[in-house]
Design a protein around this ligand. Structure first.
Ligand SMILES: O=P(O)(O)OC[C@@H](O)[C@@H](O)c1c[nH]c2ccccc12
Length: 251
């Protein structure tokens, strides 16, 4: 079993914060200390966002963070260079649209992951039908391609999506862009339980989570949560202590 899956399987209430690489007043030079802060707070893994000019799945908070990083000329290759110098026990998961990978070159990208703590990839605009662009290059490496599964997806499709999943399954709690804090459907808990019952791979819930009530709710019916916009906003506003407390209470 690959490291990412093993790490998340060994824990009950997993917490994965999302951060945008380069969205720090020191730019990429600040990435190391943010990772260290999140590790010490008790994160199970850390999702590292790559800024992109056309982030179709991102809401305003993450989109703005991406624009700040792009203004500092942060790119996929400069992020990978920086990650080579990062020493952490927590598995990192790169969240990027496909285009930056394609521009860098898929083989070059996968080769550059060697010697970094990156153990997983989330590529929201790479549907299962196109995973052949990436999977053959990572199959024999300690890197997982994490599938995103919408909870309104028909069961037959959910089964296909989780069939050969590795690492974890990203259950998308609301349809739409990231960072929307509207009320979750009452059926969500049932849907999460049903999805978890299809697979031995940990299912983590994300999209729109910004308070501890929701964290506790989803910890009961899945293996943990992914929190993006709240973390990005708090870090930008220099509320590091709030981030640390939130992660500690989520564990
Ligand atoms: O911001 P939220 O609502 O807490 O959602 C997590 C999310 O930000 C992070 O996982 C993410 C950022 N960009 C994405 C694009 C697609 C899927 C997921 C993401």
């Amino acid at each position: 079993m690959k490291t990412l899956q093993m790490t998340l399987s060994n824990k009950k209430n997993n917490f994965i914060p999302y951060i945008m690489a380069g969205d720090h007043e020191k730019g990429l030079e600040g990435l190391k200390e943010t990772i260290q802060l999140l590790e010490e707070a008790g994160s199970s893994a850390i999702e590292i966002g790559v800024p992109f000019s056309d982030p179709v799945a991102d809401g305003p908070v993450i989109e703005q963070a991406g624009l700040r990083a792009l203004a500092r000329n942060v790119s996929l290759s400069s992020i990978l260079e920086t990650l080579k110098t990062v020493d952490t026990k927590v598995p990192l998961v790169i969240m990027t649209y496909f285009n930056p990978i394609y521009q860098l070159g898929i083989e070059k990208f996968v080769a550059a992951l060697e010697g970094t703590p990156v153990k997983g990839l989330i590529i929201p605009d790479l549907p299962k039908e196109h995973e052949g662009y990436i999977k053959p290059f990572i199959n024999d490496k300690d890197i997982c391609l994490v599938p995103l599964v919408s909870l309104t997806t028909p069961l037959s499709r959910q089964k296909e999506l989780v069939a050969d999943a590795e690492g974890f399954i990203y259950a998308v709690a609301i349809n739409g862009v990231t960072g929307k804090e509207n009320a979750y459907s009452n059926q969500l808990d049932q849907h999460l339980k049903a999805l978890s019952s299809l697979t031995d791979v940990p299912v983590l819930t994300g999209f729109g989570i910004s308070n501890l009530t929701d964290v506790e709710r989803f910890n009961k019916v899945s293996s943990g949560v992914i929190v993006g916009s709240k973390i990005v906003r708090d870090l930008h506003e220099k509320k590091e202590q709030e981030v640390v407390t939130f992660i500690k209470k989520s564990n």
